[in-house]
Design a protein around this ligand. Structure first.
Ligand SMILES: *Cc1c(COP(=O)(O)O)cnc(C)c1O
Length: 484
């Protein structure tokens, strides 16, 4: 987030009586776009001049030989040497990108510069040379469409990873959900139970089949579908239930599977945000009848766009495979026995997927480290509710998401807004689906509504460092102090 340039102080420091021309030379030498003016008598910090300040002064007619201290500029800011790095962050702003650090006597001893390149996004993909290598292989071999060795290899690796017999790759997570529902025989007139607190795709896939999504509230601890409320929502028309493992936290699958068996419902896990999460030692996606994953650019692993249907049931896998490819008879080309789709994944996507699978365990380990760093710095903070650590569940923290009490922090959206100029990108929790304009059922689902109002996801990319996490936490807690 901030870089230090102690070693360049000599280049960019110049007496306040020097000419504008000398200042321009100093700015040029340092390569940081600024110079530091030093009081020529006392040797103490006098001010900071940026190349923009110089440009404006010259355009207004200031002679190059006039003294630099006359260059109009905003009042100087500086920080004391004993300021902890995390407390420097609130001193930066859109205008103040560089901060001279002064020793006890007032002499400049360091320069902290806000690094514009290291904005902290909520979730950015982690891609490397291996992805490039396998993509290059596709291009050089000409196998760029949906036939090619990487599709099979990716499916095999992913099935093994989930501990499932079959994996069917698709063009994205939404098409994977659609195929899973169709393969389960869901169609017009049916009902499918979904949690209201999810990304819209979970409900939309149900609607595409002609069935109706039935929204239920979530458990206040895990933020995932409440099995008792799900049971209460079952009617004779209910055909399936879609638990979502939100933000990487596994849903309570035992009671859901038991409900599925008792009422003859297909259980489809929406694991789009939870690759590698575990429920009592078993990986999500292999717990229900069908599991669905997304490989969108911001998910735990990515193929750009992409999805996967995972199952132990051969009938489901072969139906999903056929529907993915225009319902073509596997034994007779161009012979169509079902109304299908083109939902295929390309070899290019799968090549990236293979490279990502080679280090998925590393990626997940990094997520767990990130989560413990956040926990260490935020546990016990007034007004902060951390994601629950539940016995038997392994959350993989797709996004580290917490609840902020409005009486301590003020309005959540204003927190998102105020962290943004500091380079910290955050994201509000999804609005519950039952309140979305395309569904608005008029229901009141208090838990989903409350989590959605106060929940915020913090930067959770794989590249995030311990220092980044400290800066994020101190900026967040600083907002609580300001609100108090
Ligand atoms: C991302 C996501 C999807 C959809 O995946 P896409 O690949 O974007 O189509 C579905 N459900 C949930 C919970 C998601 O987060």
């Amino acid at each position: 987030m901030q870089e230090h340039f102690r070693d360049r102080l000599r280049d960019i420091s110049i007496g306040a009586n020097a000419s504008i021309r000398d200042v321009m030379e100093a700015i040029d030498r340092g390569g940081l776009g600024l110079a530091i003016l030093i009081d020529h008598k006392s040797g103490l910090f006098h001010g900071l001049v940026t190349d923009g300040d110089v440009r404006r002064a010259i355009l207004r007619g200031a002679p190059l030989e006039s003294p630099a201290k006359l260059i109009p500029r905003p009042p100087a800011r500086s920080a004391r040497q004993d300021t902890p790095p995390a407390e420097l962050i609130p001193l930066f702003s859109e205008k103040v990108r560089a901060l001279p650090i002064l020793d006890a006597k007032g002499r400049v001893c360091d320069l902290a510069v806000l690094d514009k390149r290291t904005r902290l996004p909520v979730s950015e993909p982690s891609l490397g040379m291996r992805e490039l290598e396998l993509l290059t292989d596709c291009v050089l071999s000409g196998w760029i469409s949906s036939a090619g060795k990487y599709v099979d290899r990716f499916e095999k690796m992913f099935a093994d990873f989930c501990g499932a017999r079959f994996a069917v790759s698709t063009s994205n997570g939404t098409t994977a959900l659609h195929l899973a529902l169709l393969a389960a025989g869901v169609g017009a007139g049916d009902e499918v139970i979904v949690p209201s607190l999810t990304f819209i795709a979970t409900a939309n896939a149900v609607t595409y089949t002609g069935a109706r999504p039935i929204f239920v509230d979530v458990d206040p601890r895990t933020w995932n579908i409440d099995p008792n409320l799900a049971e209460a929502a079952v009617t004779p028309r209910t055909k399936a239930i879609i638990p979502v493992h939100l933000y990487g936290q596994p849903a309570d699958m035992d009671p859901i599977n038991e409900l599925g068996r008792r009422r003859n419902l297909t259980v489809i896990e929406d694991a789009a945000e939870a690759h590698g999460a575990e429920y009592h030692g078993r990986r999500v996606g292999s717990l229900g009848d069908i599991g669905v994953f997304s490989f969108y650019g911001n998910k735990i692993i990515t193929t750009g766009e992409g999805g996967m249907v995972v199952t132990d049931r051969e009938d489901i896998a072969s139906k999903a495979r056929a529907l993915r490819d225009h319902g073509m008879d596997p034994n007779r080309r161009y012979w169509h026995t079902l109304l299908g789709f083109n939902y295929r994944m390309t070899n290019l996507q799968a090549a990236v997927g293979v490279a990502q699978m080679e280090r998925i365990n590393e990626i997940i380990a990094h997520k767990l480290d990130m989560a413990s760093a956040y926990r260490r710095l935020l546990s016990g903070a007034l007004g902060v509710t951390l994601p629950a650590e539940v016995e038997g569940l392994r959350n993989v923290y797709w996004l580290f998401t917490l609840l902020l009490c409005p009486t301590v922090f003020g309005n959540r959206d204003s927190i998102v807004f105020r962290l943004n100029p500091k380079g910290i990108e955050t994201r509000p929790v999804f609005p519950p689906v039952h309140t979305q304009p395309i569904y608005s059922t008029g229901q009141h689902l208090p838990v989903a509504e409350s989590i959605s109002r106060t929940g915020i996801s913090l930067p959770s990319s794989v590249g995030i460092t311990g220092d980044d996490v400290s800066l994020i936490c101190s900026s967040l807690l600083e907002l609580a102090r300001q609100a108090a």
